[in-house]
Design a protein around this ligand. Sequence first.
Ligand SMILES: [Zn+2]
Length: 369
Amino acid sequence: MHATPDSTSTPRRAASNPWAALRAALLATAIAVAGSMLGGSAHAGATCTAPGCAGTPYSNMSEIAPIGPRTGKYMDVPESAKGPAIDPTKGYRVQPLGKDLYMVTENVYQAMFLVYDRGVVVVDAPPSIAAFIPKAIAEVTDKPITHLIYSHSHSDHIGGAKSLGARLTIIAHDETKRLLERARDPNRPLPTRTFGDHYTLNVGTQALELSYHGNGHEPGNIFIYAPAQRTLMVVDVVFPGWMPFRRFALAQDIPGFFAQVDEIKSIAFETLVTGHVARTGTKADVELQSQFINDLKAAAGKALQTTKPGEELNPADTGNPWAYFDNYIDRVALQCVNTLTPKWSSKLAAFDVFIWDQCYAMEQSLRIE
Ligand SMILES: [Zn+2]
């Protein structure tokens, strides 16, 4: 259970809040520097105006540390975000998804494999778990790996591909092949079979339906659907129980990311494999993430409308347009973080870790995309 704030926990939290301490230290330093520059004793309210030194903290500064300052202790991970424990003697776990489909994970990265009458189809080979994949397969069958599917080109999801063996049929989207040709990474062998919109892999009595729904993460990131198991795998878009990784999981096209979450919602799956985090996902997880990103969009949009550009800017910086934008964008992001924190900080694991990143990415997307 998540601890609820009460009269005894509040003072302890304040005393151990490193950001509050840092703010106080920055302010004290600013006052001291300003005092020494004035050649007299520091006095409350003085502000450091020397180039490079910290100015007065923004009013209503968030309790969540912004990007840069070190955090002493991140918020606890709620139970709802945790998955089954990993046996430390193995380092991974295998989760049956029904009808000879399995997920392999060390509770950070996820790969999948499908057993058919003459072999095994693997989907993705993250370097962090690639060595576990053959062991996981050996727990359920002695059949060989015959096919490897790449969800997308990123090395953190397929950089262990070469270790799974030569002469595999490697299937990916056309764009993934193009990106891998450019990367020239020997650990990510080029696909031997590519497609544009749809491709169905039929092996024995098993099938995987591959399809492309546009740039929701990077070009070429595909949906992998196992119809008999009603399992959908889409990597780096939905994070069950968790805040997405920083800046919408590095989405290259943020409106495309939003559209893809809606696309995932429209598919009749029962189990979602997302490439990350400690457990599989459900429809409810996708709905929760959808609510969160739409709240984020609304909060950033409102902050852009109601924040006054140029306010609180040092008049000496008037001729510096980048400083003008930086000051405005910082105050927009601050309002966005403050708007979302009460509702979402206890609902999504690692809200505090990346909320500043998400607000900065959202305000930028709304301004220019
Ligand atoms: Zn990726």
